[in-house]
Design a protein around this ligand. Structure first.
Ligand SMILES: *Cc1c(COP(=O)(O)O)cnc(C)c1O
Length: 385
């Protein structure tokens, strides 16, 4: 069993296999390894050439926020009054960047009262709402701009982001009103091609030129990839170095301070989702006790998680040759199916466990409880392998 006595919520299990052997959990379990999260935080803090903030929406679990805060993450990207208050409670000294570019007037009032001093915008109508309600003193406003997507698994630009020309006009207006002018972008999620950042950073410098404004800071967004596929983990350091080099090349002496706001890149690899095989049908269909309405919500959008392990209830790995299977979740909706097929061992049996590694982002927080499923236990582990 785990490193500590007892099996209360504070128990630290050795790994997912120990949980399976001891509990044979019939409901899904999300296994969280705080040490992996601390290691990821250190990797960003060591390698990224600027301020590292955490995009709370990826996984707002208070244990995640607390662990990151203690590891030295000093800022958070928040998008709603709930997230603003969550960070205010758990990490009261941290900076909060309210980087959802669309807000109701009530939300703006709430944020000003909570002490928010950093905002993003992508339109003049939203900028006017901030000019109305957010005092200019020590207050930073960052126009958010977009380019056609490159290299991202999912296109965020289709919802938010001004054209470079509009961003330049917004930046000029921000500076003219006495706010701190900065710029921000978000290249999309799970960006495995560092070129995405390069083109955005060069465009940021063009926008400053167009506006005739020196930006105080440039927030290069999230999008840092997690280890979703089998094979080597993404080379984050190469991305950090590319961002550093590009910022100097694009801005020269007027290089702004850099900020990043990873969600997935910080939290995903610290979690593994333990699911159980409820049924095999006709030798090719597998029914799991979790699916796209539970912890695997984003798979239809961005593809399967490729780092899988299949264990027997005794916790031993199944080693049969991989056989492509259609994998369904537990609800009665036919959409509740993982994309394509998953290669699972041919000797897989009903009652076995399928562990999805790297499952910590956009999973716990998007679990819907649809059809009465999704009752997920949250346990801590020393390590996930
Ligand atoms: C979602 C989001 C992020 C985090 O994205 P990841 O792909 O999880 O790193 C960062 N910034 C903004 C503005 C976002 O909306």
């Amino acid at each position: 069993m785990g490193l500590t006595e007892g099996r209360g919520p504070k128990t630290l299990w050795d790994n997912p296999a120990a949980i399976i052997r001891q509990l044979a959990p019939d409901n899904p379990v999300m296994a969280f390894a705080p040490q992996i999260l601390r290691d990821n935080a250190e990797r960003f803090l060591r390698g990224f050439p600027g301020l590292v903030t955490y995009a709370v929406k990826a996984n707002p679990d208070p244990r995640v926020i607390r662990t990151l805060s203690r590891a030295g993450i000093g800022g958070f990207d928040v998008a709603s009054p709930f997230e603003i208050d969550l960070i205010g409670r758990i990490a009261p000294k941290a900076a909060r960047h309210y980087h959802n570019p669309v807000r109701s007037r009530m939300e703006i009032v709430h944020a000003v009262e909570a002490g928010i001093k950093a905002w993003s915008v992508d339109s003049f109508s939203e900028l006017e709402k901030l000019f109305d309600r957010a005092p200019a003193e020590d207050c930073e406003i960052s126009p958010r701009f977009k380019l056609p997507v490159l290299g991202a698994a999912y296109d965020f630009g289709s919802k938010f982001g001004a054209s470079p020309e509009l961003a330049a006009e917004l930046l000029r207006a921000v500076a003219a009103r006495g706010y701190i002018p900065s710029l921000t972008f978000h290249p999309g999620t799970q960006c495995s091609d560092p070129m995405a950042w390069e083109s955005y950073i060069f465009m940021a410098a063009r926008i400053c030129d167009l506006a005739g404004v020196v930006a105080r800071r440039l927030n290069v967004g999230g999008g840092f990839p997690a280890h979703r596929a089998s094979g080597p983990a993404p080379d984050l350091e190469a991305i950090f170095q590319m961002i550093d080099r590009t910022a100097s090349a694009a801005f020269g002496a007027q290089r702004p301070q850099l900020v990043c706001e990873p969600g997935r890149g910080l939290c995903a690899d610290a979690f593994s989702l333990i699911t159980r095989v409820k049924a095999l049908r006709g030798g090719s269909d597998i029914f799991l006790n979790d699916g796209v309405y539970g912890g695997l919500t984003e798979l239809p959008q961005i593809g399967n998680l490729g780092r899988l392990e299949v264990l027997t209830p005794e916790g031993t790995p199944r080693s049969g040759a991989p056989l492509p299977r259609v994998v369904f979740g537990p609800t009665c909706d036919s959409l509740d199916r993982l994309p394509g097929q998953l290669a699972l061992p041919e000797d897989l049996q009903e009652g076995d466990f399928v562990i999805f590694h790297g499952a910590g982002a956009y999973s716990t927080v998007t679990n819907t409880r649809f059809n009465g499923f999704g009752q997920m236990a949250h346990l801590s582990v020393r390590t996930v392998s």
